[in-house]
Design a protein around this ligand. Structure first.
Ligand SMILES: Nc1nc2c(ncn2[C@@H]2O[C@@H]3COP(=O)(O)O[C@H]4[C@@H](O)[C@H](n5cnc6c(=O)[nH]c(N)nc65)O[C@@H]4COP(=O)(O)O[C@H]3[C@H]2O)c(=O)[nH]1
Length: 512
């Protein structure tokens, strides 16, 4: 078997496509897990925000229950009692005409401070402002929530813990109408938000309050990783792509190889026989056929038997094929041969059949089985067989004892010499088409005339192979009408059905 190397022409393209595909799959998978993580994170954030909002609104509600609210000791003390119950409210006070008058922590404010910052008025009756400074004589900034005359102060710290825990996403808590941002956090792990990169956003809205948590990730998928890791991943994917593409290419190449396909064709009995008629020059009638094996493959097309028989030998599949072909030929032709005992079939043999002592026995059994006469079977031994003369002579002797006819095929092209003709008692000599087709060539014509006179002396049946033209036919006919002809001038190899049709027009044909 010839060493086959896979067809690598398209390998770089396949590797690139595969690498692109795997990178996309990797990117999408990482993005998917990031989105899941983002959703979980958003939910944690929303729970926290709702908890804080519930705390503030509850504190404001409690404060609004204080009757006759004035910035006096009684009211301030009540505010202090309320404040102690709420985790996230840092201070609680009264505000009138934009000025904070008093709070639980600071008491009555002498220098009452005007809230300069514009408050966001929500539809729920609450007003908000973020990072308000200068209300108290400290540097701290507060987020404020106001309803009517009550104001609650919170420090931005509630989310600090979450901010610190969250290494990945930027996020904001924003009113549902998107007009007011309660809190926002820019993750240092995110690219500058103005980059052209697509941002993966997850929005989760509260069912209790009119705000949503929006988490943003502008390092989706593979961009999440540092550059050197991304490069490493892409290189790994490239390597994997190469290995996959190489394996696939080798696999498909093997699947498409002639060896592989022939093996499965033989095992699935996809090989078939055709029969090329042999014509008697005197009568121009079909007097027999040569059986020729055929293989038509979907990929390799119609493959020459000279090629695939060699492959079958190398794959050790030839014995199976040889027995199968002999059986098929005799079985298929039996109806014709039984009705016309002069009709013969020529079977080609290789070294295997000659060296295998059981082949002739098998052929004899086949003839008995299909009720054929052994002399109707011609065994063609090609001159190019390359076996020792003694072995061939032995085989021919045994074959003749069985009553089979022996033909020397391709005469003139191989190693045979005149000793062959004397040592082996061939019944038929088939002149190779190399000679048949050179009758118009002066020198070769002399050679063919010499061959003709030689074989006439030997008194053997002579078949001229490869007769393609009228000139060739006329030349042969003019020299001896006892010759036989096999060639495209009359017929190419025929399917069994076509052979039967051809025999119908043949005067010698019996009723099939
Ligand atoms: N150019 C031209 N060619 C013609 C003409 N007439 C016949 N041929 C071709 O010549 C070859 C004759 O068979 P071969 O010499 O026994 O040579 C055969 C035979 O040695 C071998 N072969 C075919 N079938 C079998 C088989 O079943 N068993 C074995 N062992 N060998 C086989 O393969 C060889 C080639 O077979 P094929 O390709 O079928 O080729 C066939 C046939 O198609 C013609 O007028 N012009």
């Amino acid at each position: 078997m010839q060493g086959r190397t896979p067809n690598f022409n398209k390998l770089p393209l396949i590797v690139c496509l595969l690498m692109f595909f795997l990178t996309c799959v990797f990117h999408v998978s990482v993005s998917y897990f990031q989105v899941r993580h983002q959703k979980q994170f958003s939910n944690v954030l929303l729970n926290k925000a709702e908890h804080i909002s519930a705390d503030i609104s509850s504190a404001i509600n409690a404060a609004s229950q204080i009757s006759f609210r004035q910035c006096n000791t009684q009211t301030i003390n009540k505010l202090r009692v309320i404040l102690a119950n709420y985790e996230y409210v840092h201070d609680l006070g009264l505000i009138r005409k934009g000025k904070v008058k008093c709070t639980a922590n600071w008491g009555k404010l002498d220098n009452t401070t005007l809230l300069t910052q514009q408050l966001y008025n929500s539809s729920s009756g609450y007003d908000f402002a973020a990072e308000v400074a200068g209300v108290f004589p400290v540097e701290t900034k507060y987020d404020v929530t106001k309803r009517d005359d009550i104001i609650a102060f919170t420090v931005n710290k509630p989310f600090k813990h979450i901010d610190e825990l969250n290494k990945h996403f930027s996020f904001k808590i924003i009113s549902k109408n998107k007009e007011y941002v309660f809190h926002h956090y820019e993750s240092q792990y995110q690219f500058n938000s103005k980059t052209f990169l697509p941002t993966q956003q997850v929005e989760t809205c509260s069912t209790q309050f009119s705000y949503c948590v929006v988490t943003e990730n502008n390092r989706p998928g593979i961009l999440y990783f540092p550059l050197y890791i991304s490069v490493l991943i892409i290189c790994m994917l490239g390597l994997i792509s190469f290995l996959i593409a190489y394996s696939l290419s080798s696999y498909f190449d093997k699947q498409n190889s002639m060896e592989f396909r022939l093996r499965s064709a033989i095992k699935n009995a996809q090989l078939y026989l055709e029969y090329q008629p042999i014509i008697d020059v005197k009568t121009n009638k079909i007097i027999g056929v040569e059986s020729l094996v055929r293989w038509k493959d979907e990929i390799h097309g119609q493959v020459s038997p000279e090629l695939f028989l060699g492959v079958a030998e190398q794959l050790s599949l030839y014995p199976m094929l040889a027995y199968e072909c002999a059986m098929k030929a005799l079985k298929e032709l039996a109806p014709i041969m039984k009705t016309d005992h002069g009709f013969s079939v020529a079977i080609n043999v290789n070294a295997y059949e000659i060296e295998n002592p059981e082949f002739l026995d098998y052929l004899h059994q086949l003839c008995s089985k299909y009720e054929l006469r052994n002399e109707q079977v011609k065994i063609e031994i090609t001159e190019r067989i390359g076996l020792p003369l003694t072995l061939l002579a032995c085989f021919a002797l045994k074959a003749k004892k069985y009553g089979f006819k022996i033909a020397l095929d391709d005469f003139g092209t191989g190693v045979s010499n005149l000793v062959w003709l004397t040592e082996i008692n061939f019944d038929v000599i088939k002149i190779d088409k190399v000679f048949t087709q050179s009758i118009t060539d002066g020198v070769k014509q002399k050679m063919i005339l010499a061959i003709m006179s030689l074989v006439s002396e030997l008194n053997r049946t002579v078949i001229f192979e490869g007769v393609e033209t009228e000139d060739e036919y006329n030349f042969i006919e003019s020299h001896n009408e006892d010759y036989q002809i096999q060639g495209w001038y009359f017929y190419k190899s025929l399917s069994l059905q076509d052979l039967q049709n051809a025999l119908v027009g043949n005067d010698n044909a019996q009723t099939l």
